[in-house]
Design a protein around this ligand. Structure first.
Ligand code: SF4
Length: 403
């Protein structure tokens, strides 16, 4: 077993703005009247407004805007693909470079943490209503926050021992430290949201919950991993990205020696696996995917980070066979267009080829009259989109309460 302290990050270890840098960056804002950046945020976090507050040295006001609009404001600051969302819409793109919105959001959320401010309070509109949320991932957390702000008594059920879903168990701590997830979850606890953890809700129990609560929201995530239907996929040492990242995170870096690692996939999850393997001391790491480097779906920043770690990325090759005697030893690949083949020695193969709903979660989708959001609704998308769906579901639930 190898213990890697490098997997246990604290917010202070993240690269962050200081006051001077935050003011400089906020001062680059053109204060556009239509705030295209705000329109570019799926969760409605309203960067146009919080950047303006920072620009006028009202960092507390900025933190309040973020928190009121996005219960996962601290986590989103670190993990949103801003280059595709709010920053892509920034008017400064056409002049020099967009405002670093994620960094400003991180700065404001860090201010909230350091000053121990609480901005949200439980309301009194629907104090006679009770809602159960299944799953403690982004969609459920956002739904629960909106309802609690209106006075609803909310209980979140989740099979894991801690709340946060993918934020807690899949995104590596070097990108999203536990303490930042805790900061977001703490806001829900202050709103009086209750958590029933280590509690998996079956279809039968769902029926019972539906009689006990006024309404049930389901925000189950995609915890099923896709595998590859090729020879040797069941050899020891061939693992899914979900299992690998969950184990690395849950055991805080105490995982078996990895040896030579071959990662299959070109998305953000594959990049997370590559960087985590590096931090865990793998001997050699290769990331192989079927797309060209440009077309690989991971965000540019993550690709660059993995490059900087010295992980070779091999594009346009598909795996055709895993070889080994009980345990994986080699992976055979074939080029996507010219048919040439190559083999790479491997002690660990990580399949980062996509996720799917588990069968038990899929059945929730067939239930009539349930409110759903997140992966269950959108088939797997960004955390901010899940936040938006949670907020929208809460609005519909409250509409139904009004009759
Ligand atoms: S929540 Fe994400 S997408 Fe929205 S403004 Fe903040 S960083 Fe941008």
């Amino acid at each position: 077993m190898a213990q890697k302290e490098s997997l246990v990050y604290e917010p202070e270890q993240l690269e962050a703005y200081d006051f001077r840098r935050a003011m400089e960056e906020a001062s680059r804002c053109l204060l556009c009247e239509d705030a295209p950046c705000s329109q570019g945020c799926p969760a409605g976090t309203d960067p146009g407004s919080f950047i303006r507050s920072i620009r006028f040295k009202n960092v507390t006001g900025a933190a309040e805007t973020i928190r009121e609009n996005n219960i996962l404001g601290a986590s989103c600051a670190l993990i949103c693909p801003q280059e595709r969302l709010c920053q892509a819409a920034c008017s400064r793109c056409g002049i020099d470079k967009p405002i670093e919105i994620g960094k400003l959001q991180q700065y404001a959320m860090e201010h909230e943490r350091l000053t121990n401010k609480t901005f949200l309070t439980k309301g009194d509109t629907f104090t006679d209503k009770r809602v159960a949320c299944i799953g403690a991932g982004p969609a459920s957390l956002a739904c629960a926050a909106e309802l609690a702000k209106a006075g609803v008594e909310v209980t979140i059920y989740d099979e894991h021992s801690e709340a946060g879903g993918m934020l807690r168990y899949l995104i590596p701590p070097y990108r999203l430290p536990d303490q930042v997830v805790n900061q977001d979850i703490a806001q829900l606890e202050k709103l009086g949201v209750k958590f029933e953890l280590n509690h998996k809700v079956s279809k039968e129990e769902l029926a019972k919950l539906r009689t006990e609560y006024d309404t049930v929201f389901v925000g189950a995530g995609m915890w099923g991993a896709k595998t590859l239907p090729i020879p040797g996929a069941d050899l020891e040492g061939v693992v899914t990205a979900i299992d690998f990242l969950s184990e690395a995170r849950t055991n805080r870096g105490e995982v078996k020696e990895l040896g030579n690692v071959v990662i299959i996939g070109g998305g953000d999850v594959a990049m997370d696996c590559a960087a985590t393997s590096k931090l865990l001391g793998a001997t050699h790491i290769y990331d192989v995917f079927v797309e060209t480097l440009e077309a690989a779906p991971a965000v540019q920043q993550e690709k660059e980070f993995v490059f900087q770690l010295g992980v070779p990325m091999i594009s346009e090759f598909k795996p055709v066979e895993f070889n080994g005697n009980g345990k994986v030893q080699r992976v055979k690949f074939e080029h996507m267009t010219n048919g040439s083949t190559m083999e790479i020695a491997a002690d660990t193969v990580i399949l980062a080829v996509g996720q799917k709903l588990r069968e038990d979660a899929s059945t929730f989708k067939e239930e009539e009259g349930l409110y759903i959001g997140g992966d269950l609704l959108n088939g797997g998308d960004t955390v901010v989109r899940a936040v938006n769906e949670g907020k929208e579901a809460a609005a519909k639930i409250m509409e139904s309460f009004r009759g």
